[in-house]
Design a protein around this ligand. Structure first.
Ligand SMILES: Nc1nc2c(ncn2[C@@H]2O[C@H](COP(=O)(O)OP(=O)(O)OP(=O)(O)O)[C@@H](O)[C@H]2O)c(=O)[nH]1
Ligand SMILES: [K+]
Ligand SMILES: [Mg+2]
Length: 442
């Protein structure tokens, strides 16, 4: 018997109990599974009401069964999908029935998508888009993920790769004929012109996507300032829940506290930190150290203070907005000292001025993420590989005088880098392209 991949199954829907649970099965044994549990094969791609029955044990549930014969399925294999009642015991009974069938096993994380990729249903960037779509918290993240799932980066990378392969084929042909005159030079010039325009195009794509990795990860906004300034109070107000402990005791917050906000579709991670001061308590000292490090690594610091101070003990270039808090007490402390005006004046307790602060944050996020709609490169992996591609293309151009072999080698590196972006590295294709384009009659 030829070696066949195991048939895998998993719960595809969320945590039970729920109204409906969806269990997916993928692999060569799917027809057997369907016949065994449903008594027959349902019509392909047609929702069919069945009584799922485990031979020997009895009925499991009334369910809807779907059969997607290979290759027209999500994974490219035979796939069955059961929509059953979403109780824990119901799912457990179906799993017990599946477990009893030889050659079946529970799927590992991502295994369905992995099979889809291996069967050419998606390239790597599309698989990443799928993962991002599942994890998208905000609308803008969803749209970016969908662009990847739709293959916008993948298709473009596919075309870049094909063009580099063509340029390389021209040069390889030149190398083969190098003893027959100056064919090489004639082939080299158009090949290099193609390389140069391609490099520009990839550079432009990278530039347009400068901030979109952040759209996946979220903008980091740290609230910092002296103890008791009201940092945790502000965090709780923006998060609309009691995420951090508030107390009149200076030095309450020690650990870093993060909350995730959806600000007009932009993902923002808001970070509460320990009040910065020369603390004597070693635990608080560590809190202050972490607070400082985290604020300095943020994309924006909200420097919260009760008074109008100019000094901030932060190093680095991080943008900083001064926010004067507790303006509800201003009358009592006579705060109008005529010092430099803070950028914002709020009361974290009454909420006064907080809307203006939030509006400004949305504006900052919108500037920061920029033309996110056009961005295609959303992961460090994409950026690293495309940067490698650009560098190799540049070297190919710069070293053209040093010989065809060197240029060809740099192009090979570029092809490899784009191939890794797509999850596809295949030297055969280069050879195919060479032999297809040039009938050299040898
Ligand atoms: N009146 C008034 N009190 C405030 C305001 N914001 C915070 N407070 C009070 O100030 C005290 C300290 O608030 P916290 O939010 O714990 O201050 P913090 O900056 O997080 O303090 P540490 O974590 O100790 O550095 C609490 O008693 C709050 O109720 C405000 O806008 N107005
Ligand atoms: K406090
Ligand atoms: Mg605090």
């Amino acid at each position: 018997m030829p070696l066949q991949p195991p048939t895998i199954y998993a719960l595809a829907s969320g945590r039970p109990p729920a109204a409906i649970a969806i269990v997916r099965v993928s692999g060569p044994q799917v027809p057997q599974v369907l016949e065994r549990l449903c008594g027959r094969l349902p019509q392909p791609r047609t929702a069919t009401l069945v009584t799922l029955t485990s031979p020997g044990t009895g009925p499991i549930d009334q369910a809807v069964a779907l059969w997607f014969p290979a290759p027209h399925s999500a994974t490219g294999e035979d796939v069955a999908e059961f929509q059953l009642h979403g109780g824990r015991a119901v799912i457990a009974a179906l799993f017990a029935a599946l477990e009893k069938i030889d050659g079946l096993r529970p799927a590992e994380p991502g295994e369905f998508t992995r099979r889809a990729f291996e069967n050419g249903k998606l390239d790597l960037t599309e698989a990443e888009g799928l993962d991002d779509l599942i994890h998208a918290d905000t609308d803008r993240q969803r749209r970016q993920a969908l662009r990847h799932l739709q293959g916008l980066l993948g298709h473009r990378a596919e075309s870049w790769r094909a063009q580099i392969i063509e340029a390389m084929a021209l040069i390889e042909a030149g190398i083969d004929f190098s003893d027959e005159g100056d064919v090489s030079t004639e082939l080299m010039a158009p090949a290099l012109a193609r390389v140069a325009s391609l490099r520009t195009e990839i550079e432009e794509t990278l530039a347009a996507s400068a901030q979109s990795e952040r759209l996946r990860e979220g903008l980091q906004v740290a609230i910092a300032g002296p103890p008791n300034a009201g940092k945790s109070t502000l965090l709780n107000r923006l998060a609309r829940r009691e995420a951090a402990i508030v107390s009149p005791h200076a030095g309450t917050t020690r650990d870093i506290i993060e909350v995730h906000l959806d600000l007009d579709g932009y993902p923002v991670t808001l970070i509460d930190t320990a009040g910065l001061r020369d603390a004597s308590d070693p635990v608080e000292q560590e809190g202050v150290r972490r607070a400082r490090a985290r604020a300095e690594a943020a994309d924006l610091v909200l420097w919260l203070d009760e008074a109008e101070s100019n000094a901030t003990p932060l190093a680095g270039e991080v943008p900083l907005w001064r926010v004067r808090n507790k303006i509800d007490l201003a009358g009592k402390v006579g705060a109008s000292t005529g010092g430099s005006d803070p950028a914002f004046a709020i009361s974290a307790v009454t909420g006064e001025g907080v809307d203006q602060l939030v509006a400004a944050l949305v504006g900052f996020a919108s500037d920061y993420f920029g033309g996110g709609e056009a961005a295609l490169v959303s992961r460090a992996r994409h950026r690293v590989l495309l940067t490698e591609t650009v560098a190799a293309l540049k070297r190919a151009e710069d070293r053209a005088g040093q010989g065809d072999e060197i240029v060809a080698e740099e192009l090979r590196i570029a092809i490899h880098a784009v191939g890794r972006l797509l999850g596809r590295v295949d030297v055969e294709e280069i050879l195919d392209s060479i032999f297809r384009e040039f009938c050299i009659g040898k």
